[in-house]
Design a protein around this ligand. Structure first.
Ligand code: BES
Ligand code: ZN
Length: 429
């Protein structure tokens, strides 16, 4: 690692700038467990440190083993963030947490029942308000303005079919026409999970096509009274990103990062202590190498709640800064499984695929319809070039089994080396 141009060119700069001083070792209190056996010694001034997989594994063990599950808003998430800030400061970065808050919708289940009849299995339409309503059921077609105008919905629960317009619009139209609740039935077999995308006006649920057509059929001859209950909670969650900066000399910016939060049910060793730990190791190598570009190491919170932290970070970037970013590398779930997928900006994917071949790696390209699901998406949306590293085959994905012992050091190292090769290539731009 680090051979070639970077090593030769950069050493001269390093020595001139007098930044070739030894990296201070990690402070004992911060040093993750396994590093204890083999404390990372000071880096000799004459070499650029090689990618150290043991350090990465130690960080994974600390985040996922010592701290454990790190869902947004938790004490564990704060503790992880503080640890990462401290580590990045030791590496010479200006580092701090970036606090943010967001609204979290907690679905506690819904019930639909025909009064004096049978219960109907219902899913909460996300963002529906909590509440219990009772009224006559009234069919209102697809819930378009002309459909709700043709039905008398005042004080009633509207039964509308999925399709043509958004759930939000259906619920809004029905409520505006006086409905006290809305039931959306599927336009294909089975039920589904839908979302309104903003706090809705009245309790709203989805049901299966089978149940929906049966109710619509019954309504042609019978009066049906229904009881609809949505149990849900809205919480304000306070969480944070970790933002670290090291100035450069080129005027350009390279962003490295990944999310450090996990789902509540698992310790998130692969998802995503792996990407977090590799980011930290890349940060260490690049700081010691006198990297020409400004480096930003951003470790995102609340990714598992819908890419919240990265959206928040991107929102704070001004136009001038956005234009200076030549690449954002997002490492998410990169320590388990043989297959490696690369997504994001075509030019960066091409570069990485080419460099991977030199390392004996054969990454797959993520097709653009699979390209979502992680923090780079928020950068791409702002036309910031981004490269997404992801391994698709983790049997422990989002489970309690996503533990450090399941993370494969060889897979971590492959991604670390590939990311480093990409960063070296970018140093020449
Ligand atoms: N680490 C995963 C990445 C991922 C992407 C997994 C695509 C599977 C498919 C990430 O943390 C994740 O779980 N993302 C969520 C979406 C997110 C917006 C909550 C997903 O893909 O379900
Ligand atoms: Zn993830």
């Amino acid at each position: 690692m680090g051979k070639g141009l970077l090593r030769t060119e950069v050493l001269a700069i390093l020595l001139l700038a007098g930044v070739a001083c030894a990296q201070p070792p990690l402070p004992a209190a911060q040093t993750p467990t396994a590093a204890a056996g083999q404390p990372p010694g000071p880096t000799p001034a004459s070499t650029i440190p090689a990618f150290d997989t043991d350090r990465v594994m130690a960080t994974i063990r600390f985040l996922a083993g010592e701290i454990g599950p790190r869902p947004a808003g938790s004490e564990a998430s704060r503790r992880a963030a503080e640890h990462l800030v401290a580590q990045l400061r030791v590496l010479g970065y200006r580092a701090e947490t970036q606090p943010f808050t967001f609204r979290e919708y907690v679905d506690r289940g819904s019930e639909l029942r025909v009064v004096g009849g049978r219960p109907v299995s219902a899913n909460t339409l996300r963002d529906s308000p909590a509440g219990s309503v009772r009224g006559l059921l009234a069919a209102a077609g697809l819930g378009r303005p002309e459909d709700v105008a043709a039905a008398d919905l005042r004080g009633k629960v509207a039964l509308v079919q999925r399709g043509a317009i958004t759930f939000r619009e259906k619920v809004r139209n029905a409520a505006a026409a006086g409905a006290v609740g809305v039931v959306v039935y599927n336009n294909q077999p089975g039920n589904f999970r839908g979302t309104l995308g903003e706090p809705g006006p009245v309790p709203a649920v989805s049901i299966s096509q089978e149940d929906g057509t049966a109710l619509a059929e019954q309504l042609k001859s019978d009066r049906l009274e229904v009881e609809l209950a949505v149990r849900a909670e809205v919480r304000q969650v306070a969480d944070q990103n970790v933002v670290a900066v090291r100035p450069g000399t080129s005027g350009r910016v390279v962003i490295i990062g990944g999310h450090y939060d996990s789902v509540p049910d698992g310790p998130g060793a692969n998802d995503n202590a792996s990407g977090t730990a590799i980011s930290l190791e890349l940060a260490r190598i690049l700081a010691a190498s006198g990297y020409p570009h400004e480096l930003r190491v951003i470790l995102f919170g609340a990714e598992e709640n819908g890419l919240i932290g990265s959206a928040e970070y991107v929102r704070t970037l001004d136009e001038e800064t956005k234009r200076r970013v030549i690449a954002m590398l997002n490492l998410d779930m990169v320590g388990v499984g043989e297959r490696l997928r690369l997504g994001g900006s075509l030019e960066l994917v091409n570069l990485a695929v080419e460099l991977a071949a030199n390392l004996g790696l054969r990454p797959e390209r993520l097709s653009s319809d699979q390209a979502g699901g992680s923090d780079h998406v928020n950068f791409l949306r702002e036309n910031i070039p981004a490269l997404f590293f992801w391994r698709p085959d983790d049997p422990a994905y989002h489970t309690a089994s996503d533990r450090p012992e399941n993370v494969e050091p060889a897979r971590v190292e492959e991604v670390g080396r590939l990311a480093m090769a990409v960063l070296e290539a970018l140093a020449r731009r």
